[in-house]
Design a protein around this ligand. Sequence first.
Ligand code: GLA
Length: 470
Amino acid sequence: MNPSHLTAVLQQVYDSDPADPSLLQAQLSRYQEALRAFRLAFGPGPVHVYRAPGRVNLIGEHTDYNHGFVLPMALEKDILLLARPRADGRVTLRNIEPARFPDRSFTLSPSIPPGPVGDWANYVKGPAQALVRLLGITHGMDALVVGKAPFGVPIGAGLSSSSALTVVSAMALLDLNNGSMPPMEFAHFCAQAEWYVGTRGGVMDHFTSVLGRRGHALFLDCRPAGVPPTQYRTEWVPLPPQYSILVCDSGKRRANTLSDYNVRVAECKLGVALLQRRWPAITHLRDVTAEQMGFAPAELDAFLAEHLPEEADFAALRQLDLSPAFLDGLAADHRLTPTQTFRVRARCRHVIRENQRVIESADALRASDGRRFGRYMLESHQSLRDDYEASCAEVDVLVDLLAGRPEVLGARLTGAGWGGCVVALLDAGAETGFMAEVAETYKARTGLALEWFAGRAAAGVNGWKHFAEL
Ligand code: GLA
């Protein structure tokens, strides 16, 4: 592959400061290393290259599966997948970090058996199975996945490395089978394909990875319209140059995020089911607004106290007239344990308020009002911490340390939660000076090493056909 052609392609994808070519140089070496590794694994011949970015959510957490609003942006951190189509339906997967992600292979079919929970190949099997079901694809691939630091999406950090792998795999298999889909349908398809791994996640991650734009955040209304319902309202909001975004990885990882996440999804559905007894037209928490339900905005607490229990277990829920069939279905779909208790009221309060905050934050961003935006971020964090209980001690320490700095306009947990990353908004150019000190205090208080990087809004998924002849 001719390096000047490769440089030109990469220039289009990654933000490159003409005054500082080092970033592009480093990406060039990364792609060249990936191409060499592919040739070593699968031999000479043509290779197709695909990339899908991770994302950082600026605000709007746990609102997507409630048909609410989110405001994320795609990151320059991404996952590459280099592939060559196969005549048969075999998919052979290698990873550039084989010790961490061992070789895997499987055969395309409408029902591909998943590996153990958390196995990296499940994120490829999910879209593969879904593409067989939807389009009857028949060509497998020999593929190399490249996601290592510093350019890869950090894993388990709330930056959607798993969705990036789902999206890049779907893109590759679709393209290698000469298929195509309009971007929104494709994003919607990827979101559902990822349910294969056992989560009941929303659409935010896949939409951002597919539709991301350089220099922009994506305002996404997560309520689908159309028949079939795959059309979403989107708006790309430019990020004002006077602010910058910092992504700080707390270093905290928690093993049972999947089940905590599913419990939250179930708690939101319980809130809806309870409110439906009186307002049958509502289908998601998105519908619970002051106008629609007829209460004054300041009376949300009183409204929720009247209609939703603070805490309830299955026995209490049955007493509240929720049908056993509904409760059994919910328990099975979300893998709930029979002894589980649900803090329905607080969970719903978070979602209802967070939706409002996203609408107002998008306004603040359009008006380049970083101070106002920062205040919403802090409120969002408090709500995630207290009402949604999706934070953890380490992340709370980090948010407090950041929020205490004059350079920081706002900071909050980002992504599913229970560890992972914090996103902060700063006056542009301010970040490098004080982060070493924040990291030192953070380490003293938590024992964890902090990592951080500038969040630059990048373009969504790309694919290059016959990218190189090795
Ligand atoms: C995970 C899910 C998303 C979203 C966030 C929380 O990242 O994949 O769909 O629900 O958590 O906002």
